[in-house]
Design a protein around this ligand. Structure first.
Ligand code: GLN
Ligand code: ZN
Length: 743
């Protein structure tokens, strides 16, 4: 059986109305049983396969459904279930959810970012005790379900090399052989069931890999390709360029290789340099699976034709799984028609792939014409003129020593000043108020009254606790990016553009489609109100340009750097308004700085240059005695450690409690010499840290950083926590700071 002409590497599994989220959450809360959950899931799977068939896609994937995460599914398929979960003695489904979410006695597997996307996968744990064992029940069942509908599918699994490289706990090289044997067994079982093709995803090879890692990849696919009893093998790669792994894979007896020609245009040159392709099918990822813009079909056909000139057989696909885009544009009834005409969500991208597959075979006559040029109203000449006139001085504040002295004179803070990261608990009544406002049941005035009451409550609580630098608590923010997107020109919000972030959690990223400009002050009303309540400094709270881009769908008609600078200018104007309103400390959060770091080292410097430049543009307009804070949500800086310094914030708060303050040594090593607030309380857990634990963390910190520069704060915002934990933990934090200060 040939591969087919058109395919997608994966499809959203959450359902058009987030049915999966609702079903799994109902199961977790005990309101539906396992059978009901399974029935909902089977219905969602059937709907996807039928949708893809009806769209005339001719190679349809399966096993792309997941109750939580496809990496966890692959861990289960190879028997990598840590003993600590096995011994709970739960059902298969509950063991799975225990690994995903943890249970009282056992914390969950670690959750981390899937390459440079905003999807999070569960990190497989492999230790010396792990015995791999094939368990292909899930892919087999899904294959059979689709067969019952008359649809032949291609089961998808994370490939063995990527699986091991993503896992933690043991040296991957020691396990390649065993794990490949387990995959061999899985492939045999699939073949026995009549599966014609299997898709093994190896995205780990678009990042820098050592020659030994590439050799391991080659060995894995030599071994799997050499099996007698197996489906045909399609190795899919995505998110960038394969580099040396490309010839290595071509060297193996696999039948098809997938290349991302959107995020990795250089794959084309590499492919043509690779020489004869030995009858392999090249699956050309021509439709962007990671962004929501319509494909330039003419250009895509031209690229496809180049591939066709190199390979005996070419199929067209999405560049990566469609997991990363919303389900269906037709659900959007209120988008500006000019924008709507430029968008393609998962369902529309399937049509594009089908059209491209046909055009490559039959010619381009039937291709729809591209949308007309964007309307002039999307351009903002004022913003463009300002950007063109920028000079390096606009990204440069005065010397830190002078700033620090001016800020200390104005703020009069003690050593080890205490603060929080911004948000206080988002209570059900706050969420209900926002829902009522949206539904028109609550007037804007009553909503504002309720927000002010909440802010006053948060200020009084912080005063009572004795914190030094206060926050307003962010009660008015639905989300730290959408809140700004809603108030900026050039941004659009979708009604149902949900994308899975992890497990049952979905996000609705805004779309940046045009020039970004501020219509008016965005945060001043709330921050100024908060400051008016107290003589203590209250931090103004903004989301930084890099994070706003990272958590939005960004226009692709100009470099991201330019869009980031436009956002930065809007934020810079906001800082001026905050200052004018009497706000003395402004925090600009950049939790996503690391997340969108390019996967290959060679590309990282250019990214960091514009990312840092945009942050500095946003924050360099303030007076020397205005204190600029930033907050970063991770502690393993790796490549970005020097970037932290280059941001030039007066104070940086960072995650540190899990890593036991190790990050301070890293910062010292690069000569970071401004304020730093290593988190002393892991807010990702409901656990209240004891007074002694906080004292211990602070003593470790004081050994590494002088007390004048050391801030005392939690790891991150408190919006997901409850007030009981927050009050108790902050009480310990303030008392611990006092104790360490006095000693
Ligand atoms: N200021 C934000 C908050 O406290 C920061 C959130 C984040 O780092 N993700 O919620
Ligand atoms: Zn954070």
């Amino acid at each position: 059986m040939s591969f087919g002409q058109s395919t997608v590497l994966g499809y959203p599994r959450i359902g058009a109305n987030r049915e999966l989220k609702k079903a799994v959450e109902a199961y977790w809360s005990g309101t539906v049983d396992a059978a009901a959950l399974e029935a909902t899931a089977a219905g969602l799977r059937a709907e996807v396969w039928q949708t893809l068939r009806d769209a005339r896609l001719d190679a349809i994937p399966s096993n792309t459904f997941s109750y939580y995460d496809h990496v966890l599914d692959t861990a289960v398929a190879v028997g990598a279930i840590p003993e600590r979960f096995e011994r709970l003695g739960l059902s298969k489904l509950d063991t799975y959810f225990a690994m995903a979410r943890g249970v009282d006695a056992e914390p969950a597997l670690e959750l981390t970012k899937w390459f440079d996307t905003n999807y999070h996968y569960l990190v497989p744990e492999i230790d010396d005790e792990t015995i791999f064992a094939a368990d292909p029940a899930k892919p087999l069942r899904e294959y059979a379900e689709a067969r019952d509908l008359g649809i032949t599918t291609r089961p998808v699994l994370v490939g063995p090399a990527t699986f091991l490289l993503l896992a933690k706990g043991s040296a991957p090289f020691e396990r390649f052989g065993e794990l490949t044997d387990t995959y061999a067994e899985i492939l045999g079982r699939l073949a026995d069931a009549g599966v014609p093709w299997v898709q093994l995803d190896e995205p780990a090879y678009v990042a820098d890999r050592t020659p030994a890692e590439i050799d391991a990849l080659r060995a894995v696919y030599h071994r799997l390709g050499g099996l007698e009893n197996r489906p045909k093998i399609f190795v899919a790669t995505y998110f960038g360029e394969l580099g040396d792994a490309l010839p290595a894979l071509l060297d193996t007896p696999i039948e098809a290789l997938g290349l991302d020609l959107v995020a990795g245009p250089g794959n084309l040159a590499r492919l043509s340099a690779a020489g004869p392709l030995g009858g392999k099918t090249i699956v050309a990822g021509l439709v962007d699976g990671h962004n929501i813009w319509r494909t330039d079909l003419g250009a895509a056909v031209a690229t496809g034709a180049v591939v066709a000139g190199l390979a005996d057989h070419v199929a067209v696909s999405t560049s990566c799984s469609l997991l990363h885009v919303p389900v269906d544009l037709s659900a959007e009834k209120h988008l500006d028609p000019d924008l709507h005409a430029r968008l393609a969500f998962a369902r529309q991208k399937v049509d594009e792939v089908v059209l491209l597959g046909r055009a490559l075979r039959d010619g381009t006559a039937d291709l729809p014409s591209p949308p007309p040029a964007p309307p002039a109203s999307w351009r903002n000449a004022g913003v463009r003129d300002r950007l063109a006139a920028l000079t390096p001085a606009d990204r440069q504040r005065g010397p830190y020593a002078e700033r620090a002295a001016a800020q200390q004179a104005r703020l009069g803070l003690p050593d080890l000043p205490t603060t929080t990261i911004g948000s206080f608990p988002q209570t059900p009544s706050l969420r209900a108020a926002r829902a009522s406002l949206r539904a028109g049941r609550l007037s804007a005035d009553s909503y504002a009254d309720q927000m002010r009451a909440e802010i006053e409550h948060v200020i009084r609580l912080q005063e009572a606790l004795g914190l030094d630098v206060l926050v307003h608590g962010e009660p008015e923010r639905n989300d730290m990016v959408q809140y700004f997107g809603d108030q900026l020109d050039g941004f659009a919000t979708t009604e149902s553009g949900w994308v899975q972030s992890y497990g049952s959690r979905c996000v609705r990223p805004p779309i940046i489609f045009g020039d970004v400009a501020r219509r008016g002050a965005m945060t001043v009303e709330w921050s100024a109100f908060a400051q008016s309540l107290t003589p203590k400094p209250v931090k103004g709270m903004l989301t930084g340009p890099v994070t706003i881009l990272a958590w939005s769908f960004v226009r692709n008609d100009q470099p991201r750097a330019e869009t980031a600078d436009q956002v930065a200018l809007a934020l810079r104007d906001e800082t001026a308004d905050l200052e004018a309103a009497g706000v003395k400390v402004i925090q600009v959060d950049e939790p996503a700085l690391r997340e969108t770091l390019p996967l290959r080292k060679a590309d990282q410097k250019a990214y960091l240059d514009w990312a840092i430049g945009a942050f500095r543009l946003a924050t360099s307009g303030v007076a020397a005695d205005t204190q600029v804070h930033t907050h970063l949500c991770y502690s393993e800086f790796g490549e970005v450690i020097t970037a932290i310094d280059a941001l030039d914030a007066d104070v940086t708060s960072i995650e540190a409690s899990r890593s036991k303050m190790e990050v301070l040594a890293d910062l010292a090593a690069i000569g970071y010499s401004r304020g730093v607030g290593p988190g002393v309380w892991d807010i990702h857990s409901p656990r209240v840290p004891t007074h002694d634990e906080v004292v211990g963390a602070l003593r470790r910190a004081v050994a590494a950083v002088p007390a004048q520069r050391l801030w005392v704060n939690p790891d991150c915002g408190l919006k997901t926590r409850g007030y009981a934990e927050v009050e108790a933990s902050l009480r310990h934090l303030v008392a611990a700071a006092a104790e360490v200060r006095g000693s």
